[in-house]
Design a binder for this molecule. Structure first.
Ligand code: NAD
Length: 351
């Protein structure tokens, strides 16, 4: 066995029910005394609680999905005008993304307090949009220095959003098994992530206000993001990035719909990955296991339900082929990408 694995430097604190004290301790450990607290209006309540324990110098609530450049610019101005020396973000991937955009140009450290299962907090990837063009990049400055996971902050995440976001995390795990830099460490994280998500998500659906399912799912989402940060974007993420950019589709739901189709395409030519997924799902095969989990969760099925136009299928084939990873287990062709996109658009059974 010969490989190189880079572990990203980050403190991770799991503190159920205790985000305020944990975030305050992380800010103090950084020696910071002027926090910029970033949270969307929808996260005002948890942000108030966390902010009360922090030396807040600036409060910023303009959060927009996919971080438009103008929104990032205003946040950077606010950080500098307020003399912030640390960024504390409370919210989903869009909020973490805004903190990353500020860190990218200012070098300010981030303490991230996630409220979805998106996983952006555990990666060094940033994203910004200008008009309808989304640019992403990798930069050490945007990796949060600390993450505080408090499952109680997710108790109010609606069940349908919890399912979509949790399946977005599952997609991080699955794509990590064949991502361009996938190594045995990434695969180990991915396998344990799948197991935890498959245990946690049905418990969230059965009891959305219960802590146990939320904690398992959050733990799985963290592992998923670490695996993904190591392995890089495989075919699944490339497809979702193209579709999201072209048709402004909702991030988590797009991942939830596309995942079984990419798995069905790749599983026959990726026996080791398929075996790991099946084992983690406790199922005879990977595809059957995912089908059963999705049925139990009443997962999103069709891109047309999320306003992707039918003629978008033909439009997206070329851009997907242009970015498909060369190491994808099943070679991608115009024919199989077209079939995959049509099946995902219609909500057909993956085959
Ligand atoms: P989001 O942050 O836009 O949140 C989705 C919705 O859920 C929003 O309306 C938000 O207000 C609401 N919400 C969030 N937490 C809530 C809670 N606890 N209770 C009730 N409502 C809540 O979406 P997301 O799926 O978390 O993140 C998607 C974004 O993150 C995309 O832009 C994606 O590109 C990015 N992302 C980046 C990376 C990375 O590594 N850079 C990884 C994953 C996702």
């Amino acid at each position: 066995m010969r490989f190189v694995h880079e572990t990203l430097p980050q403190r991770v604190v799991f503190a159920p029910g205790d985000a305020a004290a944990a975030a305050a301790a992380e800010v103090a450990a950084l020696g910071a005394s002027r926090a910029m607290l970033i949270a969307a209006p929808s996260a005002a309540a948890p942000a108030d609680g966390i902010g009360a324990a922090l030396p807040v110098a600036v409060r910023h609530d303009e959060v927009v999905m996919h971080v438009p450049a103008e929104v990032a610019r205003r946040a950077r101005v606010a950080a500098s005008a307020g003399g912030a020396d640390v960024l504390v973000c409370v919210g989903g991937g869009s909020t973490t993304g805004l903190a990353k955009a500020v860190a990218l140009t200012t070098g300010l450290p981030i303490v991230a307090v996630p409220t979805t299962y998106a996983g952006s907090e555990a990666t060094n990837v940033w994203g910004l949009t200008d008009g309808d063009v989304k640019t992403t990049g990798v930069d050490a400055r945007v990796l949060p220095r600390s993450v505080v996971y408090d499952a109680s902050l997710l108790l109010g995440l609606p069940v349908d959003m919890s399912v979509a976001s949790g399946l977005n995390a599952l997609a991080h795990c699955v794509d990590s098994l064949w991502g361009p830099r996938a190594d045995p460490v990434d695969r180990a994280f991915a396998g344990e992530g799948i197991r935890a998500l498959a245990a946690g998500l049905p418990a969230v659906v059965a009891d959305p206000a219960g802590m146990e399912g939320r904690e398992q799912t959050l733990y799985g989402a963290y592992l998923a993001a670490v695996a993904f940060a190591g392995a890089g974007s495989g075919l699944h993420h490339k497809i979702c990035h193209v579709l999201g950019g072209m048709f402004n589709l909702p991030h988590a739901q797009t991942h939830a719909v596309v995942l079984p189709h990419v798995l069905a395409l790749n599983a026959p030519n990726a026996p080791e990955a398929a075996g790991r997924i099946a084992a983690a799902l406790g199922s005879p095969t990977a595809t059957e296991g995912l089908r059963a989990l999705r049925a139990a969760l009443d997962a999103p099925r069709a891109l047309r339900d999320h306003r992707m136009p039918e003629d978008g299928i033909a439009e997206a084939v070329g851009p997907v082929l242009a970015v498909a990873p060369g190491n994808n287990p099943t070679p991608v062709t115009e024919e199989n990408v077209t079939a995959l996109l049509r099946a995902a658009w219609e909500g057909a059974d993956p085959s």
